[in-house]
Design a protein around this ligand. Structure first.
Ligand code: BEZ
Length: 213
């Protein structure tokens, strides 16, 4: 088992899921992927998280992102659980839940933290880009449901900062001002990249309207 870090290549695998066997890289294709783990099926917090993911389906699709969940239980159990999720969360789960009874993916993605639980996976999220690089990660304990607005917000930041010489400040959300990268100093390039101008609060803190809006 290895710890996966930002910039590492996301491990490939073939594993069963609620939608049948999945070869991860083939399934991902050229999309961004959110791979997120769940302690177990038929648990309350996970049920709300998967419902929330389903409710955000169009937001993920708009951004070219495919969500994929993983829980260590087998695929037939996932299918029964999906019925409960759809019923209780008023959603349609349209993304796969990977089955991991042999803990293959849990080992590849370091999802079992033995000092938390020797059997259940923690709540991790991996943001994976179309070149299969891990771009961000987070890990919460089983008792803390994740904030899915934050998961979408990180995608927005990653996709924006991949295409413009900016970074996103604290609590930024799509449409807010961003900061110009400190490495960008050429006045002509700054004028060309940020025609709406910028405000230099400090020489290293330069705020500009989001350039793709
Ligand atoms: C839950 O998903 O609700 C949960 C799972 C394991 C421990 C605590 C809560």
């Amino acid at each position: 088992m290895t710890t996966l870090r930002i910039g590492d290549t996301a491990p490939d695998f073939t594993q069963d899921s609620s939608q049948g066997p999945i070869h991860f890289y083939e399934w991902a294709g050229d999309s961004w992927v959110i791979l997120f783990s769940h302690p177990a099926d038929f648990t309350p917090v996970c049920t709300t998280e998967l419902g929330r993911t389903a409710a955000l389906s169009s937001e993920f699709a708009k951004r070219g992102v495919k969500p994929i969940a993983i829980s260590v239980d087998p695929a037939d159990k996932h299918k029964q659980w999906i019925d409960d999720i759809n019923e209780t969360q008023s959603t349609t789960v349209d993304f796969p839940i990977l089955a991991d009874p042999d803990r293959k993916i849990a080992a590849l993605y370091d999802l079992i933290h033995p000092n938390a639980s020797t059997t259940a996976t923690v709540r991790s999220v991996y943001w994976i880009d179309p070149s299969k690089k891990i771009r961000a990660t987070l890990t919460y304990p089983a008792s803390t449901g994740r904030n899915f607005d934050e998961i979408v917000r990180v995608i927005d930041s990653l996709q924006l900062t991949d295409n413009h010489k900016v970074a996103t400040p604290a609590d930024w959300k799509d449409g807010d001002d961003v900061v110009i990268l400190p490495s960008l100093q050429d006045p002509a390039e700054i004028a060309q990249r940020f025609p709406k101008g910028y405000k230099a609060v400090k020489p290293y803190l330069r705020l500009t309207p989001q350039p793709n809006k």
